[in-house]
Design a binder for this molecule. Sequence first.
Ligand code: ATP
Length: 261
Amino acid sequence: MSQHLLQINNVSKTFALSKGRSLTAVDDVSFAVEKGSICVLLGPSGSGKSTILRMIAGLEAQSSGTIALKGAQIDGPARERGMVFQAYTSFDWMSVGKNVEFGMKINGVPAKERRERAAHFIGLVGLSKFIDTYPSQLSGGMRQRVAIARTLANAPEVLLMDEPFGALDAETRWQMQELMIEVAEASGTTMIIVTHDIEEAIFLADKIVFLSSHPGRIKEEIIPEFKPAKRIRNKEELLECPGYIDIERKIMRMMREEGQH
Ligand SMILES: Nc1ncnc2c1ncn2[C@@H]1O[C@H](COP(=O)(O)OP(=O)(O)OP(=O)(O)O)[C@@H](O)[C@H]1O
């Protein structure tokens, strides 16, 4: 039987604005994420995707409802939930290797183990040749790989990514999407990814949680059932799958409906 790693139950978030006004960004949202799966939060701008991710990360407290990882309530940031942001967050004065070792160093991992783990994850994201290079000498996609390796090296239970490829050009973007499938397969890491890119969502997701806007509510949970049991590793293969176009069309309609509200 599948196991729910993360359980979000009836979560709402209301922000206090100026002059006593308030804004409900997330309204009564419930969903579960299975261990080892990739869950994509998709929806139009303002549907509360980032807010939901930030609450899971423990960076924002929910106004009501519960969020639990392996049954334990989340009440702040922790290593078990690693976050990758859209902006590159590497330390420019440290080499790629030292960047990836940094979190482990803070957490008291011995030097030898740190180096080995850093080398493993740098290899996983395809940057072995750049282990001694400084991030400022790398392209945007490569810097985002460093951020992913650094987060994975802390062995999170769940990897949270907020529009991780939004700042990248189209070609680098699909290469990074393919890389995430490779990483998911090789590491078994559970991932929750925020995007508003429909094709990216369908390619990456084992499950799509589609949100409507103002306030953010779940409109539908979509399982891309047309995909074969084994994850598709390249995008051309996805586009050739019977059923792909149907689901893309369905989601485009949902996006359009939301835009008209
Ligand atoms: N700190 C905050 N204070 C007040 N309002 C906020 C705050 N953070 C988010 N909001 C509001 O909550 C709503 C949801 O924002 P959120 O960033 O979660 O949406 P999103 O779906 O991630 O959007 P996008 O795709 O544009 O990034 C928006 O109306 C936003 O203005």
